[in-house]
Design a protein around this ligand. Sequence first.
Ligand code: GLP
Length: 236
Amino acid sequence: MNIENYTSYAALSKAVAEAMIAAIKNKKDALICVATGNTPIGAYQQFVLDVQATGLDISKVRFVGLDEWLNLAPENIGTCYQFLHNYLFNPLQIPQHQYKLFNGLAKDMKAECSAMNEYLDLEGPIDLLLLGIGMNGHLGFNEPGTPWHYRSHAINLSETTQVVGQQYFNAPMELKKGITLGPADLVRSKKILLMANGIHKQTIVKRLLEEEPGIDLPASLLKNLNHVHLMTDLTV
Ligand code: GLP
């Protein structure tokens, strides 16, 4: 894991946006996996501005969503569906055939996971994976304890994730379950940017840097990989 320090959130966001643009310039139909949450907002805003300013051709780019809350209608403000539409797909008018997202309302979760795995088998591997880190070290919804050979799966969310997740919604929500790409597909990505921003992430980033890799700290999966960049505005 390479550590890249940035002096501000704006600088970090700019660097992530540049990496997205570089991936597309390198491969017109790059497959980019996009996380949600507060961390990547600046990067997505910068990416949108840069694409609009330069006219970069993104008509072949493919986006895949990292995860989703289960049992919430997509129009809920805090869903990954809504987030990605607000920050990326709507501003850039990206049509549906260019993105693949989990359906958090799917009746058959096994089938939903198989469909995502088939998509990745056909369209993958991911060229650029953008990740945040959860307060408990989760990646997407790969919570502590998730075996690293797992592919897409539905999961019971930890207490921490259920509480922290309330911030994305404008009313209290039941956030008991999620669906996520699994560790096995994440590590197969050609380039991985793990973003950590803000002082509230200091403790988990410190753990990541100090602890031996193990499933209790999902982000530690990335520690021994050369194609991972920890991008942070924290002093680490
Ligand atoms: C959320 C999402 C993750 C995200 C993480 C960090 O629960 N499932 O994909 O990366 O937690 O979120 P934030 O960037 O808001 O701290």
